[in-house]
Design a protein around this ligand. Structure first.
Ligand SMILES: [Fe+2]
Ligand SMILES: [Fe+2]
Length: 270
């Protein structure tokens, strides 16, 4: 199945129930943010519907109802013990909205389909606006200590690896038995390939802004290249087939290719 179609199916499933996060946000944030949160939840639900409309035209074999029914068997709940403090939650939202804006930017650039490109542009604009709204809300609080910001952002990035995204991708491809490691490697490989250094620089710049450490424009290309190298390494560490391909095998191949006269040749087997 085409990588981008799998990615759109998965994103459609995720966006289609992101509205539910609104109830949690209304619970943990002060009441003055209620109207903003309700508008946000409505727009996120709209993203799911618009992706679904694109799939109905371009991927008519996709049975959204069946995939969503299966995806909904994964509990969506917030353990009250895990509720974040308001400023922590707002910083965490900034990280997610920055990732979402960068995701649609990368998807829109990677596709040849003009409808999807136009849709991604609109969704990216929404996610960027969400980022700005949550950042404005965050800035209305006492600034968090630097160590706290790092901890909150790192935890939110770690949470991306939970079952929500991976199980959605499994349902999106109509998989039968859920093999989490396999589904994770398959999906992340598809997603990682989609990003260009420029998309990563965009995400990194937004997150750095939310962290209170803006990146000067002159440093953005280097940031993009550094993040692309990190993503490439993460991609290489993903298991393939029946077992993980060790990093040393890739490093050996790369070092071999650097030898004079070897060009892009691969290292010999064995
Ligand atoms: Fe969204
Ligand atoms: Fe958003």
């Amino acid at each position: 199945m085409d990588d981008l179609v799998v990615i759109v199916r998965t994103t459609c499933l995720l966006e289609s129930r992101s509205e539910r996060y609104g109830a949690y946000l209304e619970r943990v944030l002060p009441g003055r943010f209620g109207p903003f949160v309700r508008r946000w939840a409505q727009e996120e639900g709209g993203h799911g519907r618009r992706l679904r409309a694109w799939l109905a035209v371009h991927d008519p074999d996709f049975d959204f109802h069946e995939a969503f029914r299966r995806f909904s068997t994964l509990p969506y709940h917030h353990d009250r013990a895990a509720d974040r403090a308001p400023a922590d939650e707002l910083l965490s939202r900034c990280v997610v909205e920055a990732l979402a804006a960068g995701f649609y930017r990368a998807l829109g650039r990677a596709t040849d389909d003009s409808d999807l490109r136009a849709l991604c542009r609109q969704l990216m604009a929404d996610e960027s606006r969400h980022f700005t709204g949550f950042l404005r809300a965050l800035n209305s609080f006492e600034p968090l200590p630097w160590s706290r910001r790092l901890a909150v952002a790192a935890q939110r990035v770690r949470e991306l690896d939970d079952d929500q995204i991976i199980f959605a991708s499994h349902c999106a491809v109509g998989g039968t038995t859920y093999d989490r490691d396999r589904a994770r490697a398959d999906y992340l490989r598809r997603v990682y390939r989609m990003y260009a250094p420029d998309d990563l620089a965009f995400v990194g710049t937004l997150i750095a802004r939310a962290m209170g450490r803006p990146v000067p424009p002159v440093a953005r290309p280097a940031l993009g290249r550094a993040l692309a190298a990190v993503l490439q390494t993460k991609q290489r560490l993903l298991p393939r087939g029946d077992g993980p391909e060790p990093l040393w095998a890739h490093l050996r191949a790369d070092l071999w290719a650097l030898l004079p006269g070897r060009g892009r040749a691969r290292a010999p087997a064995g």
